[in-house]
Ligand binder design. Sequence first.
Ligand code: HPA
Length: 272
Amino acid sequence: MKTIEDIKAASNHIKALCDGGIDIAIVLGSGLGKLADKIEKPVKIKYKDIPGFPESTVKGHAGEMIIGELKGKKIIAMNGRFHFYEGYPLNTITFPIRVIKELGVNSLIITNAAGGMNPEFEAGDLMIITDHINMIGDNPLIGANYDALGPRFPDMSEAYKKEYIDLANRTAEKLNIMVKNGVYVPVSGPTYETSAELRYLRFLGGDAVGMSTVPEVIAANHMSMKVLGISVITDMAIADNLEPLDHIRVMETANKATEKFVRLVEGIIEEM
Ligand code: HPA
């Protein structure tokens, strides 16, 4: 179990390497690390050098924090994240978000690669996350609550800030980038879903399925951070028409959508 002292130790380590004043944090999902190359005057800090940080074990996840400037804003980017299926408790997965908040950051953009369950979606689409249904079967806030971080029973009525959803949709329109809106459903993974599971998740109200994001979004809401979520739809996860899927295809499609994704996120950061 991570403590407030662990959070402070990690944040002090980062503060000593940059001059603070960070406006926005962004978590980059599978195959979306290209945005990191756009960051100006970057200070890179490997996860393995930050006290208390686990190491990312997934291909396509770099495993470093990058602090610098993008579109005139001071940002911190997590290039690579931690997943439940890697065997980490959710409390460990959300530790970097705790540290980011301790750095004084209140706005979080969180991104992922996801399967499209809504038949109106296509592989390569970007989806602004309007809400989620947590199907991981666990919650990062289970266990002792640190009242200094947030309440025992956090409100989730605007888990993804309406203000940011509107901003993202307006920015997409201005930049002529087509975006979808929808509900993200995370499962534990690491298996991709069976047809029957997809039928069930779609029936529940999901538009996209993935294996991340929601633990971090819960921790961010616990600490009253404002969250924007964006999924890149890397494959169609439709029960009656399910094709074999592997991580390479997910990464390839995410890479193809990168240019559009980077333009949208840069536009959003500029307006935030
Ligand atoms: N299912 C779960 N996670 C995913 C998928 C999927 O189809 N695509 C990318 N991440």
